[in-house]
Design a binder for this molecule. Structure first.
Ligand code: ZN
Length: 455
């Protein structure tokens, strides 16, 4: 059995006390996939003399990041639909492309996306697969997650309404059919300890109805599956909710029983103080997507208010059609900088706080707080080794600040998920990245051509 020590590193644990070990070490078992010890190098090496030692001088060792929201299929849509408002972005590009998606498209998009995510430091990913013009497209995402070695929840999404505001008929499904498929997937994949699980994802308030949300709550209560849903992303979301349901969308989710600790509410840009209070009272978590919210001009989420209210806030990239990559390193910098400018207060959120959102915050949001999100004995060995010698990041005084503000983006060297090494010296170990990129590029060109979208 291989026991590995990552030694002589700046170890950022993200435990309850935010412990940092300069010249620290982490020990884990590749066989059991769990962390055995964390502390100062000298003490750790003395306690584990039999282990394989990896010298991590000039490296950060930290927990793998948790990306709480993306749409992996959009990997094939990078760079399309730029400089458009959300409704036009959706109806003129994303929806026509989504209507043409095949199983192979979804699989290779998801595999490319998972590998990109792993090589930029994400070890747990919540995918939101909301388009099903053909059967078994969430199955394709699950297969790709498994083949990449990432930990994840593939949320089976659905759209059950919205034709009156431009949702294509090909993307609308009867709620019974969507939930039966979700139930099948949950039965097939949700086992204790499984690396890839399945969640359920009603798309957004104007793309569902009251019965859909009530049935979603029933299925979640019956199966224990995680729920995720877009909420209060744009002004349109709130205005449509008022028009359709006579209340704001957060109140609508509360009214239908959907709010709860098993819900990851995505975006929440337009949430007012009353909405934040409702989310907090229900124990609902928030997925914060700063790059996407800026890209689509949606606005800036009131994250400082959410943190002050005690909400679990996780960080995310959103789909590559609206933030244009899956780099949590980019999300970190935007999450830290934008509030400073908007609130005109550089103290409003810190580098340590955004890193905590990207690790333990996201894990707690997804209900995985006991398993991942920090380097602590007994937790899964989801571990990153990050280079601190690039010209961008060095010289380093404060590892957290350097990582958030100075990184170039290619500093992730080694990644383990559950004790299995999935990135070594910056290269994925489970797949050949050149083959994946070539297949994804071919699929992306074919999809854009069939959908008739070119920009
Ligand atoms: Zn989204």
């Amino acid at each position: 059995m291989t026991v590995r020590i990552l030694a002589h590193a700046d170890v950022l644990t993200f435990d309850n006390d935010g412990t940092v070990h300069r010249d620290g070490a982490v020990v884990f078992s590749e066989e059991s996939g769990t962390i055995l010890d964390v502390g100062d190098t000298a003490a750790i090496v003395a306690r584990h003399s039999e282990a394989v030692l990896q010298d991590c001088r000039d490296r950060i060792v930290m927990p793998g990041m948790v990306n709480t929201h993306t749409h992996l299929f959009q990997t094939l849509l990078k760079g399309l639909g730029t400089d458009k408002v959300l409704s036009e972005w959706f109806t003129s590009m994303t929806a026509p492309a989504a209507t043409e998606l095949t199983w192979e498209d979804c699989y290779i998009a998801a595999l490319h996306g998972c590998v990109e995510a792993l090589t930029t430091g994400t070890t747990t990913l919540l995918d939101f697969m909301y388009v099903h013009p053909r059967p078994e497209l969430t199955d394709a995402v699950v297969a790709a997650m498994r083949d990449s070695g990432i930990r994840g929840v593939a949320a089976r999404g659905y759209v059950t309404a919205g034709a009156d505001v431009g949702m294509p008929d090909a993307l609308i499904q009867p709620v019974d059919r969507a939930l039966a498929d979700a139930h099948r997937l949950i039965g097939e994949h949700n086992r204790p300890g499984a690396l890839v699980q399945v969640g359920i994802a009603p798309c957004m308030s104007w793309a569902v109805d009251e019965a859909t949300l009530r049935e979603t709550r029933r299925l979640a209560d019956e199966t224990g599956a995680l729920i995720t849903m877009h909420l209060a992303e744009s002004d349109f979301d709130v205005a449509e909710s008022l028009r359709r349901f006579g209340c704001r969308d957060t109140a609508f989710l509360e009214h239908t029983g959907l709010l709860g600790p098993d819900l990851v509410a995505v975006h929440c840009v337009q949430c007012d103080a009353d909405d934040v209070r409702r989310l907090g009272a229900a124990g609902t978590s928030v997925s914060h997507n700063p790059c996407s919210n800026l890209y689509l001009g949606s606005g800036v989420a009131p994250v400082p208010e959410m943190l002050a209210a005690g909400l679990d806030v996780g960080l995310a990239t959103d789909g590559p059609a609206s933030s244009n990559n899956l780099s949590m390193l980019d999300a970190l910098k935007f999450a830290a900088l934008v509030p400073k400018g908007v609130y005109r207060d550089p103290r409003i959120i810190t580098a340590d706080q955004v890193l905590a959102m990207a690790t333990r915050g996201g894990a707690r949001a997804m209900g995985l707080g006991a398993e991942v999100g920090s380097l602590e004995v007994g937790k899964a060995a989801d571990v990153l080794v990050i280079d601190q010698t690039t010209l961008s990041i060095a010289p380093v005084h404060d590892p957290a600040a350097s990582l958030v503000y100075s990184r170039r983006g290619d500093e992730v060297r080694d990644v383990w998920v559950g004790g299995r090494q999935v990135v070594a010296e910056g290269c994925p170990t489970m797949v050949d990245p050149d083959t994946v990129r070539a297949r994804a590029t071919r699929a992306a060109r074919g999809l854009a051509s069939r959908a008739g979208v070119s920009r």
